[in-house]
Design a protein around this ligand. Structure first.
Ligand code: TXA
Ligand code: MG
Length: 349
């Protein structure tokens, strides 16, 4: 299959530019498109024949459910059995935006979309291209992140093509995404809403809006307890892992620099890389040093993280050392992704 590339980066003629993309979705094909979090790989989420193509293109395990994307609140009504009060409040506060809510599914949502679950995840993205596409398609758009299963989520159209060129019908280039980490997922089916995946919308922001919120015990500790199974099926898989062996060094930044340089010296003959920050990057001696921004600026770290992990692969890094970051608020979502990338290889300095 030839993957068609459509450039909508100038933001002009978006509606016209989406004509073909809409036809592809309506006829059961796959279109990758930008959202404010990461690029998604979209198909008609109610089409039992289209949805399996997503799993095939990504190499995704079939028990890992998809998020349905909508462009207007009313569209949710046919997809879920009930809308709890908290969901109205959260939608009011955070939609359109980087929040996904899990509801009891209605009968029209196929089990192929929900990985066999009785629940369904729904999100209303804020990205203009995403919204226009969903609206014009006239169906809920099922869209996981548009990467091959296991790789870092794509934050640029070029990342999508790296993984899926020739496997999908079209990719729409809307430039680099804003946030760079996937949406926060909150299960609203129980008495107390539960965060299943941390993201840009933090626990603090959620509880400010609705009071009591919990975080799934299995993701609360950054290093997982093997006896606890995450409630979002996708959170149990190895993810975001670069090809090189990666270790995170946590602690005082000066000591971290010193130890990473000692380890770099010991790794002679191998291509070494450091995931660094603006404050520290000039001190490292590794072959490749990438800064994800200032240590003080979580949003910049979130924005650059996946691109940096992909760059390590592009440059053939064999051993990767990463600094650790603040673990509060947005930092918690960043460290959740980073811990997975490193396969939970962590050294406390
Ligand atoms: O920001 C995002 O959420 C992006 C963009 C494209 O919207 N999408 C995304 O989708 O990250 P994906 O498929 O890569 O991750 C969805 C996560 C998976 O961990 C999946 O297991 C979980 O959501 N999930 C989906 N439906 C669920 C459900 N009914 N119950 C629990 N977890 C669910
Ligand atoms: Mg994903």
């Amino acid at each position: 299959m030839k993957t068609e590339y459509v450039d909508l980066r100038d933001g002009k003629d978006v509606k016209e530019g989406l004509y073909k993309a809409t036809e592809i979705i309506k006829t059961g094909g796959l279109v990758a498109f930008p959202t404010e979090t990461v690029y998604g790989l979209g198909a008609n989420g109610l089409d039992e024949n289209a949805v399996p193509k997503i799993y095939e293109a990504k190499g995704r395990p079939s028990d890992n459910p998809l998020i349905l994307h909508i462009s207007d609140f009313d569209e949710i009504k046919s997809l879920v059995k009930e809308i709890p009060d908290v969901a109205f409040v959260l939608a009011d506060e955070f939609w359109p935006g980087p929040l996904t809510m899990v509801f009891k599914k209605s009968d029209i949502v196929p089990y192929r979309t929900t990985g066999g679950l009785e629940s369904v995840a729904v999100r209303m993205p804020s990205n203009r291209i995403a919204r226009e596409l969903i609206k014009a398609a006239g169906v809920p758009v099922a869209a996981p992140s548009a990467n091959s299963s296991g790789r870092p989520s794509p934050t640029k159209a070029s990342h999508v093509l790296e993984d899926l060129d020739g496997k999908i019908d079209m990719v729409i280039d809307g430039g680099t995404v804003d946030i760079g980490l996937e949406s926060t997922i909150v299960d609203v089916t129980g008495e107390v809403p539960v965060i299943l995946r941390p993201g840009f919308i933090t626990e603090e922001m959620l509880s400010e809006a609705i009071g009591r919120v919990k975080t799934d015990e299995a993701v609360k500790n950054l290093s997982p307890d093997k006896d606890l199974k995450p409630k979002a099926p996708g959170m149990k898989y190895r993810h975001y892992a670069p090809q090189g062996k990666m270790t995170i060094y946590k602690g005082n930044p000066e000591k971290v620099v010193k130890i990473i340089n000692e380890e770099t010296a010991k790794s002679e003959g191998k291509k070494t890389a450091v995931l660094a920050t603006d404050e520290t990057k000039r001190y490292y001696k590794a072959d490749i040093v990438i800064s994800v921004g200032s240590r003080e600026d979580c949003e910049s770290i979130a924005h650059n993280l996946f691109d940096a992990l992909r760059s390590f692969d592009d440059m053939g890094a064999e051993i990767i050392f990463s600094e650790g970051f603040d673990e509060s608020r947005l930092g918690f979502a960043i460290m959740n992704r980073l811990h997975k990338s490193a396969g939970y290889n962590i050294v406390n300095v």
